[in-house]
Design a protein around this ligand. Structure first.
Ligand SMILES: N[C@H](CCC[C@H](N)C(=O)O)C(=O)O
Length: 263
């Protein structure tokens, strides 16, 4: 059986998207999704998304990690699926869609940048050398220097697999401060079990922790290996954030048909 797919990328975080309004992707198994995301035997991607119809929303986003399992919220994926919806003829000034962590608003700018409202962050756990918070997905944030040369895969994997996180998994972000309102972020992603070129929920988590204004409005520019993003938010206190918007490019790359094997 063949399935039509679309490939998108948002700051180098790349996704397969399936228009599932006619339920073409409903029966995909974990193994099939994993194979489609495989960079040697499949299309290649960090994750796969289904765009579903949902009553009361412009659409629903269902996100799978490259390992084929359902993931939690994906910030770059969310921005890509909004661009996809727009390209598929779902035109809105402001999108409202449903995802694993709740309702999201989004906007596509004239220059095709996509801004996505992330869920509020009600709490942050502080530890001696790192922070843990949930921006739709769970994130570990650690400030470092010399990030360009850090072995993110082995350092990230160690943290992701330590006793506290091994069962649920966690995404691990290493952050270097460039100046007051610029940071550089590299992320080891659970479910991909590798470094990705950018992780939207990770960039968001890192920006919240790096906020330069004590309270009130903040804007943090974030460099990732795959491109630049910005995060705007209102900081209520050191642990509470609201009105969080992640913005950056989200681009169609190619489309095609994939031959699905029976696994
Ligand atoms: N790449 C994604 C994060 C996916 C989260 C996933 N790795 C999980 O923890 O289930 C992003 O742009 O936010």
């Amino acid at each position: 059986m063949k399935i039509k797919f679309y490939k998108y990328q948002g700051s180098g975080n790349d996704f397969i998207i399936i228009d599932n309004r006619e339920k073409a992707g409903d029966k995909l198994t974990t193994k099939q999704i994993n194979k489609m995301c495989d960079r040697h035997f499949g299309i290649g991607a960090d994750g796969l998304m289904l765009l579903n119809e949902k009553e009361g929303f412009d659409f629903e986003m269902v996100y799978f990690n490259a390992d084929g399992n359902l993931g939690s919220m994906c910030g770059n994926g969310g921005r890509c699926i909004v661009q996809f919806a727009s390209n598929m003829g779902i035109k809105k000034n402001e999108y409202i869609f449903s995802a694993s962590d709740g309702t999201h608003k989004a906007k596509v700018d004239l220059d095709k940048q996509v801004s996505l409202e992330m869920k509020d962050v009600p709490g942050v756990e502080f530890s001696l050398d790192h922070y843990v918070l949930n921006t739709g997905s769970p994130h570990y944030v650690k400030f470092v220097t010399g990030l360009e040369d850090l072995d993110v895969v082995s350092e990230g994997r160690k943290i992701r697999n330590n006793k506290a996180f091994v069962t649920e998994g966690i995404n691990v972000n290493f952050v270097e401060t460039i100046d007051d309102d610029h940071i550089f972020v590299r992320t080891y992603e659970r479910g991909v079990e590798d470094e990705t070129l950018s992780c939207g929920t990770g960039v968001t988590a890192s920006a919240l922790i790096a906020a330069h204004n004590e309270n009130g409005f903040n804007r943090v520019e974030v460099k990732s290996k795959g491109g630049n993003l910005s995060v705007e938010f209102d900081k209520i206190s050191d642990t509470k954030f609201t009105n969080i918007w992640l913005s950056g490019p989200a681009t169609f790359v190619f489309s095609g048909e994939y031959e699905i094997k029976a696994y």
